[in-house]
Design a protein around this ligand. Sequence first.
Ligand code: UD1
Ligand code: UDP
Length: 370
Amino acid sequence: MSAKLLVVAGTRPEAIKLAPVIAALRRLKGLSVRVCATAQHRELLDGMLDAFGIRPDIDLDLMRPRQSPGEVLRRCRKALAPVLARERPDLVIVQGDTTSALGAALAAKDAGVCVAHVEAGLRTHDPRQPFPEERNRVRIDRISRLWFAPTIGAARNLRREGLGPDGIFVTGNTSIDALLWALRRPGPPENRSLARLPQKRLVVVTLHRRESFGRALDGLMRAIGQASARLPGWTWVLPVHPNPRVRRAARRLAGRSAVKLIAPLGYLDFVKLMKRADFLVTDSGGIQEEAPTLKKPVLVVRNKTERPELLGRGGKLIGNSGARLLRELTRWARGRRPKPPARNPFGDGRAARRIARALSAWARAKRPRP
Ligand code: UD1
Ligand code: UDP
């Protein structure tokens, strides 16, 4: 009898980080793997699932314009209840700290189904930063029974909260598995506008954190505009997140010829773009993890990070004030930037295999042969 696993993914980063897990699980015998897309993100999720050749078995189609996390959470929990009743999985697998991941964990708890959490144990220890992600991951970890911690530090966070120790596995982050897969796919970018970017003096910027919305995000965008005026010869590429509040803030950069505001890129193209950059500026979690493998220094535009492994290893946490960003951009563009580490502290590309092996052992122990 095979164990039934239901993988739930809602947003861009979940698709990227769960794709290697889905592939590794499908290579093992004795497991039935079904994929449920909540579609908290529509275009971003679809693009990523396509890139990895994943077709969801179930699609909840949740995204609405200007949705709030509270609304998405309620809809996700409600929409998953009948799915769980119908599918009757032995285990629900969620990733990270999004509303979809929490909604799926809560729905599984309501249905009495066990939860496995990929990327467990990340903490800033500040419930407001990032918001609502820090609260989400704490709640997901409390519900989970299997925890795949990317680093030793993350596993330590879990044990300090009284979780485990049985069921905690240090695996590395599956983002690195996905990245190494993408790096093995060379060839020209699909997005032709990338070919027109200069070969040198290129900075890639992504900003989308909710806790920066409003004055902070406006100030950060202003700082990029000022840097583009102050540092001739440099090009600033911003794939703009489709969240209307991010798009509105980015609009103030329109018309500056050194700033390229572009639509979000497909994963393979975005990896190609990062490879060409001199450095990265981001508040994204995944990009912080990818930077060391790509040997790119990265300015982390946040007040707190749940990825301390990067600090002093090519990553610098600078807060979300525009004035500080402008100072750092000027310094980094003038060559005063840190060296990335020789080894990526977040993973070695084998995380998904470790997770699949642990899940397979769990399934064997849980469901003895009839
Ligand atoms: C969510 C995650 C965040 C993650 C980010 C990845 C939560 C609480 N936060 O951000 O951790 O870093 O996704 O990108 O779950 N939109 C589209 N098309 C898309 C995607 C989004 O139009 O494909 C627009 C919609 O108007 C949507 C808005 O963006 O309402 C915001 O999407 P949402 O899922 O709410 O994003 P965040 O919560 O900001
Ligand atoms: N990414 C992408 N295209 C883009 C911007 C980002 O494919 O235009 C990838 C990036 O390489 C990383 C992931 O999306 O793997 C990060 O997603 P996001 O920043 O949305 O979420 P976070 O990591 O902050 O949760």
